[in-house]
Design a protein around this ligand. Sequence first.
Ligand SMILES: [Fe+2]
Ligand SMILES: [Fe+2]
Length: 317
Amino acid sequence: MDVTPEQRHFDEVIAADSRIEPRDWMPEAYRKTLIRQISQHAHSEIIGMQPEANWITRAPSLKRKAILMAKVQDEAGHGLYLYSAAQTLGITRDAMTDALLAGKARYSSIFNYPTPTWADMGAIGWLVDGAAICNQVPLCRASYGPYGRAMVRICKEESFHQRQGFEILLELMNGTPAQREMAQDAVDRWYWPSLMMFGPPDDDSPNSAQSMAWNIKRFSNDELRNRFVEMLVPQAEALGIVLPDPELTLDTDGKVAHMSEIDWTEFHEVLAGNGPCNAQRIQHRRQAHEDGAWVREAAAAYAAKRASARGASEVAA
Ligand SMILES: [Fe+2]
Ligand SMILES: [Fe+2]
């Protein structure tokens, strides 16, 4: 089969584990895969602000409120880096936003669960940001340059997020029996959904092989999931929290020997839009988009004014 010079260059860059940049030719399927993955990731960061923003006004102290606000703002920043990275592939920000608001784009299912107690802020930081780190550290080496570079900064911030979640749980676990119970209950609710964040089991993950061949994905879903659990076990012990899997065992090297079967029916239900908060999350995002219309209009009007002033001064010169 004839290989075009562009394809050959692409193949060489991938084989050398080097980077593809926006100016480079790339196969259409590679571009589409990246647009899908990066935009889904961006949407997840933006929708992911909602379950935690729910607690900003009710944080138990000024310090906690300041930390939580900073964390939620970080997530907005992650969304912006990722939308920008996706834009270098030729999709517009408007197209991505429209797809999300129309309910056509996916985002991580984890954000369709509710946050009824303050301990949920701890469990989200510890488990959800923790799972995000395990998934995302290998993405810092993704073959597409703008994505990999965005992930470097995101991962640094995610580490802080995980620490603050752990610290919230630690404080609750050192508190009253009611506080300890609240922390355990939040972990009981977030543990399984956080394991589902790694995606379906390897034998049911059709796109993984191609993503690995393109050096976008480096480890399989099950490998990353196990690594996450192996990280959690000693941390749960330090917290005095019980991971809600009675069948979980590690071998002498600290590697997962056995864990309970994950309830994939729940995963597919939430993915299909039937999770506890799917409708609420999208409705809220739509409302925020409409409420922010005046900001976009003002920014566009200001940019037009500046451009026409520049045009006038160039004519004068
Ligand atoms: Fe994030
Ligand atoms: Fe985060």
